[in-house]
Design a protein around this ligand. Structure first.
Ligand SMILES: [Zn+2]
Length: 324
């Protein structure tokens, strides 16, 4: 007769390494099953957030992704400390995700067509955009222009990275100036917004794709409800800031379930082709360049100026990154 111990530790009925509770319908989902459905709840269709690596695996032709600048790492320029120091926060995120920062970029093939791909990872400090994320987005865009291949960016971000202060805000200008070059070179740019795409990422490259796709129910907005409502002095409409709201307002072109996302992008790549003999660089137009604008502004503000640009204006720091 087996001996029954009275104080055996009670086994957790749903160990978290095996089961995940769906926030949409509260069903307990078996992790292996969830992986088979691309981490989408089979009961209610809730799209779980996924890592950049998993996203790349789900989208591109198997084994075609060649990562670039994997060793690009952030530096703590400001000596920033909140509850933890920024280096400690970075180290914790690097250990838990296996990434150096919150984005991965490289070249890959989708449906046999070569693309330049940048994917953000929300699990790395909320997918926040500091110098490294901005630089990776910019380099993905530059590669797209240089190689005349479509640019695909999958966003998943809480916005600019507080710990890098102004350096993070500079990434908005940097990424947008590259997107402008991509557009001027007539290279296609597909943006995929996943849950969440907010703050500085929403306010820069995420919503300016030639085609803007979004996953169902993805949170897409610049600021939180309280700030947004306070700014416009009005109550926000129901369903505000979800992908379904934006599609009815023209910000999002299509809402695509994760299971169909790869096929949808492959199909779009069939329509959006960079002209072979198109421009690799935009025609020079000094009046529309941000730096020219700032130079002109400084000239206008400076009493001793005769309209020439100052040395400070010509410095274009790409800011705060190191290789290695
Ligand atoms: Zn569910």
């Amino acid at each position: 007769m087996p001996v029954r111990l009275p104080f055996r530790p009670r086994r957790d009925a749903y160990p978290p390494d095996l089961w995940t509770k769906c926030p949409g319908c509260a069903e307990m989902l078996f992790n292996k099953q969830l992986d088979k459905t691309l981490r989408v709840c089979p009961h209610c269709g809730h799209h779980f957030r996924i890592s950049a690596r998993m996203r790349v695996e789900q989208l591109v032709d198997q084994g075609s992704f060649v990562e670039r600048d994997a060793d690009l790492a952030p530096v703590d320029t400001l000596g920033f400390v909140d509850l933890k120091s920024y280096p400690d926060r970075l180290l914790a995120a690097q250990l838990s995700t296996g990434l150096r920062d919150a984005a991965v970029w490289g070249v890959a093939a989708m449906g046999g067509k070569r693309i330049s791909l940048c994917v953000m990872d929300f699990f790395f400090i909320g997918g926040s955009m500091g110098s490294v994320v901005g630089e990776k987005v910019a380099r993905a865009g530059e590669a797209a222009v240089a190689e005349r291949i479509p640019l695909l960016i999958v966003s998943s971000s809480g916005g600019a990275r507080m710990q890098e202060g102004t350096y993070s805000l500079m990434q908005l200008v940097k990424t947008m100036s590259v997107v402008e070059r991509v557009k001027a070179a007539r290279v296609p740019f597909i943006s995929v917004m996943t849950d969440p795409t907010t703050g500085g990422v929403f306010a820069s490259f995420a919503v300016v794709g030639d085609v803007n796709l979004a996953e169902p129910n993805a949170l897409i907005r610049f600021a939180g409800d309280r700030v947004s409502a306070g700014t416009i002095g009005e109550e926000l409409p129901p369903g505000y800031a979800r992908a379904e709201f934006w599609i009815s307002h023209g910000f999002v072109d299509r809402i695509v379930a994760r299971a169909k996302l790869r096929d949808e992008i492959v199909s779009l790549l069939g329509f959006l082709i960079a002209p072979i003999n198109g421009p690799t660089e935009p025609a020079p137009n000094p009046t529309s360049r941000p730096r020219a604008f700032f130079s002109a502004l400084t000239g206008a503000l400076s009493p001793d100026s005769n309209g020439e640009s100052h040395p400070a204006d010509t410095a274009a720091p790409r800011g705060g990154t190191t290789n290695g």
